[in-house]
Design a protein around this ligand. Structure first.
Ligand code: FES
Length: 105
């Protein structure tokens, strides 16, 4: 499925995401700047923070309580903030766009 990562500066990276991976793994593989993923996907660092396109909010679903508490450590948290390592890629995400927050870019 195609997903697009948008850097803070507006640079877009459209990548072919393999289903079953997490969005964080897809971003790291594609070399998207700003997705550091320091903890390797353990929901323990918040450096894979992204803003999900509001149109996809329901498709992507809600953050788990563990992710919620980690997001409290993320700077510039917004309503559509998610940790990309907690979002798994599926067919439903075709066309998804996510933004990378400024402090990570
Ligand atoms: Fe660390 Fe997502 S990679 S919280």
């Amino acid at each position: 499925v195609k997903v697009t990562f948008i850097e803070h500066g507006g640079q877009e990276h459209e990548v072919e995401a393999e289903t079953g991976l997490t969005l964080m793994e897809v971003a790291v593989k594609a070399g998207v700047p700003g997705i550091d993923a320091d903890c390797g996907g353990a929901c323990a660092c918040a450096t894979c923070h992204v803003y999900v396109d509001p149109a996809f909010k329901d498709v992507v679903g809600e953050a788990s309580p563990m992710e919620e508490s980690m997001l409290d450590f993320a700077s510039e948290r917004q309503d559509n903030s998610r940790l990309s390592c907690q979002i798994s890629v599926s067919e439903k995400l075709e066309g998804l766009k996510v933004k990378v927050p400024e402090f990570q870019g």
